[in-house]
Design a protein around this ligand. Structure first.
Ligand code: UD1
Length: 359
């Protein structure tokens, strides 16, 4: 079986880490295409090195652009690659512009497409990720869902026959990395004292970064917290803060670069909690047992909301200050977490599902 994985943005490289490892133990041919959507080394190269993923077989070098220009350039560049490779499966990941471009190119060439992390929904049609997920699910042949909730969403859209719950590949990577970090006693490099209580924060979604008034309010809310906050600043956040004349380092906020995965896991383990609008980080906080406050109106990962492990706070500036502080620095719930995201063997389940549904 020949499988072409199409990736481009940071969260896809984490997922590819699990899938590439699962393929490494088989006779299957696994070809990796990197669209170039993320090109800064700390959003891309470090993950290949970290997860031991061989260099991409194709690097398309597309880079930044508006949604149409970026997605269109990817589509034009992916077409000849898939035409030359003619794989048994094209595997696309998550919800970025690289996902929809890969899926569309494959469908138009009558190549079977599998969508990893299928069935996630925010039900917020203002998010580019929501368009990408819904459209990709509806054109894919095999829907590799991470949870039962995701399978239910697919069923509600008439896609149950194509859906399989394989578990979440991010659990494979997160658990493996947690064990390595704990064994190595790795200490995070953050610009805050890791021996004192602190929070880890990220902010990169267009809904939050691209509105100057909202971005200013979110930064100010983090800056007024009573504990240090290590803000791992995505390039989109830095660019928008510069454009709007906003400071990332203010009050309790210390701005740092995005971290390699191992260091991110070390930082979350060392922290008292997480503030984020990232889907992946909400789940990593849950898996690592740290309370998370999500700076969004909704989450796709609703399982994390159980028992208050994750709480939504779209406008912390509109909460009474004492309430916001109590929320952001709350202790971890005492309730045990379940295993809604599977047991850490999702990579192998993905390979098995692709084998079982081979055309
Ligand atoms: C993308 C995904 C998002 C995912 C996120 C993870 C889409 C629509 N969005 O958002 O779902 O959660 O990746 O990080 O696909 N930039 C750099 N260096 C880079 C990459 C981007 O400076 O390596 C800058 C670009 O100039 C651009 C901005 O960041 O202006 C946004 O990049 P883009 O790829 O459009 O989306 P992300 O915000 O990274």
């Amino acid at each position: 079986m020949k499988v072409v994985s199409i990736v481009g943005a940071r969260p896809q490289l984490v997922k590819l880490g699990a899938v590439a490892q699962a393929f490494a133990g088989t006779d299957h041919e696994h070809v990796v295409v990197h669209t170039g959507q993320h090109y800064d080394p700390e959003l891309s190269d470090v993950f290949f090195a970290e997860f031991g993923i061989p260099a991409p077989d194709y690097h398309l070098g597309i880079g930044s652009g508006g949604h149409g220009a970026q997605t269109g350039a990817m589509l034009a560049a992916i077409d000849p690659v898939l035409d030359g490779e003619r794989p048994d499966w094209v595997l696309v990941y998550g919800d970025t512009n690289s996902t929809i471009a890969g899926a569309l190119s494959a469908v138009k060439q009558h190549l079977p497409v599998a969508h990893l992390e299928a069935g996630l929904r925010s039900f917020n049609r203002r998010m580019p990720e929501e368009h990408n997920r819904v459209l990709t699910d509806h054109c894919a042949d095999l829907l590799l869902a991470p949870t039962e909730e995701a399978v239910r969403h697919l069923a509600a859209e008439g896609l149950a026959a194509r859906a399989v719950n394989v578990g979440d590949v991010m659990v494979d990577v997160c658990h493996r990395t947690r064990d390595a970090v704990l064994a190595a006693g790795l200490r995070p490099e953050l610009g805050v004292d890791p021996d004192e209580p602190f929070l880890v924060a990220t902010l990169h979604r267009a809904e939050n970064t691209d509105d100057p008034e909202l971005l200013a309010a979110l930064l100010e809310s983090m800056a007024n917290l009573p504990v240090p906050v290590a803000l791992l600043a995505h390039p989109r956040l830095r660019a928008k803060a510069d454009q709007f004349g906003l400071k990332l380092a203010q009050g309790s906020l210390a701005a740092a670069k995005p971290l390699p995965y191992r260091e991110l896991v070390a930082a979350v383990l060392a922290s008292a909690g997480v503030l984020t609008d990232s889907g992946g980080l909400q789940k990593e906080a849950y898996l690592l047992g740290r309370p998370c406050t999500t700076l969004r109106t909704e989450t796709e990962w609703v399982e994390t909301l159980e028992d208050g492990w994750n709480v939504l706070a779209p406008r912390p500036d509109r909460l009474p200050v004492a309430e916001w502080h109590a929320l952001a620095v709350r202790a971890a719930p005492s309730e045990r977490r379940g295993e809604p995201y599977g047991n850490g063997h999702a990579g192998a389940a993905v390979v098995a599902a692709l084998e079982a549904h081979l055309r």
